[in-house]
Design a protein around this ligand. Structure first.
Ligand SMILES: *Cc1c(COP(=O)(O)O)cnc(C)c1O
Length: 847
């Protein structure tokens, strides 16, 4: 008989073991080895069978065993100790509280919105890097004591599970989760009733969501769920899957997370008394509608602001992070579709045309979520230095007239959560990866660890990976239809002593999964080299709708199926966090060969580096800024070669060459059994990269450079009944009506010395017709720089000009450099509440 439905009944724990409930549901166990050890010790076999999931474990352990444990003083003592430790972690002062004591301008709460969260495989709510990054952000925020409230959706089937057909084609499965069986709790109001949030849908319908709360250490994660009886059947399915479905499905999800998400945050704060957020962080464009809801709140609530005033207020407290330099990766909807959803029922009182204008782009038929994100946020950033620069170019059209490097998009290089991603042996050897993040444990410098110890550690981690590879290869073949007697060979897949290279990531085209297959004979030669063999572990999911990506996977699988190489190359299906950690721990080399500069950051290589893995990568994303010549290898990029096939050939060749001439020799040259050169690279990686790739470093940057300024700006604009928001709106209106008429009517540098030398003062004078604006409304700048035949100014120096009365402006500029020099004059908006003079995208150039 098949059950019609299933649900999970939680165990009733005997009194002395009651704290296990909190230890199991607070996801801090995922990065707290002692707590994991405790759960494992309750029933080691069951722990493994439950996929190391404490909530499931507690549901599966027989009552008799629980009673036995409750009578065991040692177990009870450990439970109490760890419960007390968790309590201290949750309530004690951490980095943020220490900072707070010094400066009062820290936000009392920050809301962080993301379409996916990869906190742990027990909560399958992510598809790849974006989600895992968001999960790491929450964990580090928790470790640092940052008062984050996270908002996402609870997907009935998360992302898909991947398996392979016999001929290597990706198959997708969507097992449904049962929220009751997950570390989640329904959010209830002061009245004890489950909280509901409503959002209006087209055709006079209403979508209702309940809110599940996961607890990630100190950080609450609110997940909206529409699978409830109040909703019509089709509306129930809105939170069925991550990135599945059509445009209607997708925009419904995005309206739910953005608009419903703000309502959920309000309900959460009301129910718990938590401080309300001053800062809203939009992690990628999907949740951008949150800004519209906040505009609505200010227009229809007590503040009584008009649209422009509310926009100014909302922008001040909003941070937008963009994650992709791939145009196809940007979320866009048809304008007609958006118009159908953004009704007056959904956002009463907000003019549809104003809303649509926020997402406008070159194509008048399209609504662009990234553009809306940028227009709704006073502060925006990319996720590595290079990606910041690429984003400034990519979105430069929103600031036309400005040079790309003046576009106000900064960068915060991503990081990874050390306690989650490094093997405990590394932490045991070197100490807490994030001292100062609330804990102050003894640090051991990798330079104080001898070669033999480091090498033994790497061997241990590789060996553990080899076991996991064998287990997974066997399971994958059973799933593909092989029978046990045929699978003896899987016991001999991989070798514990062979140089192990990992390549695992999603499979969009730009990541070039199959670059390694460019010359299969060459690859075969590397794998089967009699003296210096290489073994390669590959994994990754293709988006279900991307047959091109599935074909790439099939190519790899077919190559790896060949009996001649299958002991040296494997494709492991169903890449997720539980597999990923074995790869990051055990691979000697982490390979990444994206088409530069399309990898915004990439974080898997960081996780490998935490464990002493050496990166072998195109200098893209984070590797562009953190490769130092001694912590791995840079694959030369043929960036600029127009023909993609030729570019692939060149880069693949460089890759083979590097492996054969540098990587493998360093690994196999031994003295007294130890590869001293290799160990030195490992040691240098641990010394230099381990501290830099930490998500704690990233979250601290977000706090110091983004959240604190945003909170300060939000507090300035809202003071005195939003006086400054009104002022900004009035200023922008004035600017709008005057700006097209404003012009620089004359420029003169007659003050130039006869024989100019570097440093000579040059007097620049200009006359400007301000078209009715006040001189204090603008900055007039002299710009001096190098020029070539095109007269394009390079390395420009700018200097504000002084108002000399009437239309006259003047500045004395010391000549900045020798050689051909040019200058011009420009006018920019000036207002005390602008974060930069480029912010409004307004500029008038002379001439
Ligand atoms: C870290 C991680 C990713 C992201 O890796 P990239 O290098 O950014 O592609 C994807 N999936 C999982 C499971 C991860 O842990």
């Amino acid at each position: 008989m098949r059950a019609l439905r299933r649900f999970t009944v939680r165990a009733q724990l005997p009194g002395p073991l009651a704290p296990l409930q909190t230890l199991a549901t607070n996801l801090r166990w995922t990065w707290h080895p002692a707590t994991r050890d405790l759960f494992a010790s309750l029933d080691p076999d069951e722990w493994a069978r439950c996929g190391e999931d404490p909530v499931r474990l507690l549901g599966e352990i027989p009552t008799s065993r629980l009673d036995e444990l409750a009578a065991d003083p040692a177990t009870v003592a450990t439970v109490q100790e760890l419960a007390a430790d968790l309590d201290a972690y949750l309530t004690g002062e951490r980095w943020y509280q220490e900072q707070h004591a010094e400066g009062p301008d820290m936000p009392s709460a920050v809301a962080y919105f993301s379409m996916e969260f990869g906190v742990s495989e027990v909560l399958p709510n992510y598809s790849g890097g974006l989600g895992v990054l968001a999960g790491d952000h929450l964990k580090s925020a928790s470790d640092l004591g940052v008062p984050l409230i996270a908002v996402g959706l609870l997907y009935r089937s998360g992302y898909f599970r991947q398996s392979l057909s016999l001929d290597g084609w990706q198959l997708e499965h969507y097992p449904a989760i049962d929220p009751q069986g997950l570390p989640l709790q329904l959010l209830t109001g002061q009245d004890g009733e489950p909280v509901r949030v409503d959002v209006a849908m087209p055709d006079e319908r209403t979508l209702t969501a309940r809110i599940w709360q996961a607890q990630v250490g100190r950080v609450p994660l609110l997940l909206l769920d529409t699978d409830i009886e109040e909703n019509d059947g089709d509306l129930r399915g809105i939170t069925d899957r991550l990135y599945g479905g059509d445009q209607d499905h997708r925009i419904s999800q995005e309206i739910l997370i953005g608009i419903g998400g703000v309502r959920a945050v309000r309900a959460y704060c009301a129910a718990t008394g938590h401080a309300t957020p001053e800062v809203f962080h939009t992690n990628e464009g999907h949740a951008g509608f949150l800004g519209l809801e906040r505009i609505r709140e200010l227009c229809t609530g007590d503040a009584g602001l008009d649209f422009d005033q509310a926009l100014a207020a909302v922008r001040a407290g909003t941070v937008f992070t963009t994650h992709t330099p791939v145009p196809a990766g940007i979320d866009r909807f048809g304008v007609g579709l958006v118009r159908r959803y953004l009704t007056d029922r959904l956002l009463p009182g907000l003019p549809a045309d104003r809303l649509l204008a926020l997402g406008s782009e070159d194509d008048p038929e399209m609504f662009n979520m990234a553009h809306m994100g940028l227009r709704l946020a006073q502060r925006a950033n990319g996720v590595s230095r290079l990606h910041g620069a690429v984003s400034r170019g990519m979105f430069g059209g929103l600031w036309s007239g400005f040079d790309a490097d003046e576009v106000p998009i900064g960068s915060v290089t991503n990081g990874v959560h050390g306690h989650t991603w490094e093997a405990r042996e590394i932490t045991d050897l070197l100490g807490d990866p994030t001292p100062g993040g609330g804990r102050h444990e003894l640090q051991v410098s990798p330079s104080d660890v001898d070669d033999a110890t480091l090498w033994a550690l790497r061997n241990t981690l590789r060996s553990r990976l080899v076991d996991e590879v064998r287990r997974r290869v066997r399971a994958a073949w059973l799933e593909r239809g092989a029978s046990t007697p045929e699978l003896g060979w899987t016991d001999h897949v991989f070798d514990r002593d062979v140089l192990t290279v990992g390549f695992a990531r999603r499979v969009p085209t730009y990541k070039r999964l199959t670059l390694m297959l460019r010359d299969t004979e060459r690859l075969r030669g590397l794998l089967l080299d009699p003296n210096r063999p290489v073994q390669l572990v590959v994994a990754g999911k293709s988006h279900p709708a991307d047959d091109g990506g599935k074909a790439l996977i099939q190519q790899i699988v077919r190559f790896a199926d060949d009996a001649g190489v299958r002991h040296r190359i494997v494709f492991l299906p169903d890449y997720d966090m539980s597999m990923a950690r074995y790869l990051y721990w055990g691979c000697d080399v982490w390979l990444n060969n994206p088409l530069r500069p399309l990898e915004a950051c990439g974080t898997s290589g960081m996780k490998s580096a935490l464990n002493g893995g050496l990166n072998l990568s195109i200098r893209d994303g984070w590797w562009d800024e953190l490769y130092d010549g001694a912590n791995g290898w840079a694959i030369p990029t043929a960036d600029g070669v127009e023909d993609p096939a030729r570019r692939d050939d060149l880069e693949a060749n460089a890759l083979y060459e590097l492996i054969a001439t540098q990587v493998a020799p360093a690994f196999y040259d031994r003295s007294a059994g130890v590869p001293t050169r290799w160990v030195e690279l490992v040691r240098h990686t641990l010394s230099t990269l381990r501290p830099q790739v930490q998500a704690n470093r990233m979250v601290r940057e977000y706090v110091e450079d983004w959240y604190v300024p945003a909170a300060a700006a939000a507090s300035r604009v809202s003071a005195d009944g939003y006086a400054a928001a009104r002022d900004i709106a009035e200023y922008r209106a004035r600017l709008n009506s005057a700006w097209t008429k404003l012009q620089v009517t004359g420029v003169d540098a007659s003050g130039l010395p006869d024989t100019p030398v570097v440093g000579s003062p040059m007097t620049v004078r200009a006359t400007v017709d301000l078209a009715g604006l006040d001189p204090s409304d603008v900055t007039v700048e002299a710009v001096v720089g190098r020029v070539d035949d095109t007269d394009e100014l390079a390395e420009p120096t700018t200097m504000a000009m002084n108002h000399r009365g009437g239309e006259a402006w003047e500045a004395v500029v010391p000549l900045p450099h020798a050689g051909l020099t040019g200058y011009t004059v420009r006018v920019l908006p000036r207002h005390e509440h602008l974060a930069s003079s480029a912010e409004l995208g307004r500029i008038v150039l002379a001439g």
